[in-house]
Design a protein around this ligand. Structure first.
Ligand SMILES: CC(C)(COP(=O)(O)OP(=O)(O)OC[C@H]1O[C@@H](n2cnc3c(N)ncnc32)[C@H](O)[C@@H]1OP(=O)(O)O)[C@@H](O)C(=O)NCCC(=O)NCCS
Length: 225
């Protein structure tokens, strides 16, 4: 994914929002592909959120893979420490969501939804047909999040997780290239824009070829390319 330059700066915001109190209450976020300088911080986030799923070498391999979209969410107040990460692998016509995590200090603010929305948008832009993932059967927070985005339960993998012997639930999200999915994307972006505004976040930079922050903050349609 090509990085875009910052499209929505605080200077521009001041122009439309002369009330400086507004700026003081807003935290700026960027969503961008993982870059090498962030690798150690991402490994640390993985350890805290996912118990150390991938090593630094594992993340490094993702950087080099054209079939992988690995996104990190950054609070511009601490730009060297990602607060969220999400990854998908494009395999044939499927988007395999391999990672989704938000720093425990930043949960329940809509950031998990933002990451999942971004991954599904990427899957749609890659022209993939389905999204799928495995999740611990006890992970109600994640299951509820995925179900909000139309994932359905299609089965279980018995004793999938070696640490606890827990089963994995297999979830599928079908119809990514159906016309209705575009409507879903637009509804999610509107809901997300409202939730992020409520929790005091402003998405100031998106690093995806077809994204512009206005897609979230102004609810303008996603460009069809
Ligand atoms: C799952 C996870 C990514 C959610 O991140 P988040 O930023 O808190 O998610 P959001 O604030 O966007 O919440 C989205 C929805 O998820 C569900 N949800 C999130 N946390 C929840 C919780 N603790 N209990 C119940 N539902 C929860 C809710 O439906 C919520 O919507 P609501 O706030 O309108 O009720 C986060 O809890 C996490 O990183 N968990 C550890 C890693 C993990 O389990 N990843 C999934 C592996 S498959």
């Amino acid at each position: 994914m090509r990085p875009l330059t910052c499209l929505f700066t605080s200077v521009q915001l001041r122009a439309v929002h002369p009330d400086l109190n507004f700026l003081a209450s807003v935290n700026f976020l960027t969503l961008q592909p993982l870059t090498p300088p962030l690798l150690p911080a991402v490994v640390d986030l993985d350890r805290r959120c996912l118990g150390g799923l991938w090593t630094l070498d594992g993340y490094q391999r993702e950087l080099d893979s054209p079939s992988s979209d690995l996104l990190v969410l950054i609070n511009l107040a601490s730009p060297t420490i990602p607060i969220g990460l999400g990854c998908l692998w494009a395999i044939a016509e499927e988007a395999h969501i391999t990672l989704l995590a938000v720093d425990p200090n930043y949960r329940r603010q809509g950031l998990g939804q933002l990451m999942l929305y971004a991954l599904l948008l990427s899957a749609w832009q890659r022209k993939l047909e389905w999204a799928t993932l495995e999740v611990r059967i006890s992970n109600q927070a994640a299951i509820q999040l995925y179900e909000k985005f139309g994932f359905e339960r299609v089965g279980e993998r018995r004793r999938y997780y070696q640490d606890t012997g827990e089963n994995a639930l297999i979830l599928w999200r079908k119809g990514l290239q159906r016309p209705e999915f575009l409507t879903d994307l637009q509804q999610w972006q509107q809901a997300l824009a409202a939730q992020l505004a409520k929790t005091g976040w402003s998405l100031s930079q998106l690093s995806h070829p077809n994204w512009h922050p206005s897609h979230l903050v102004n609810s303008t349609p996603i460009p069809l390319t």
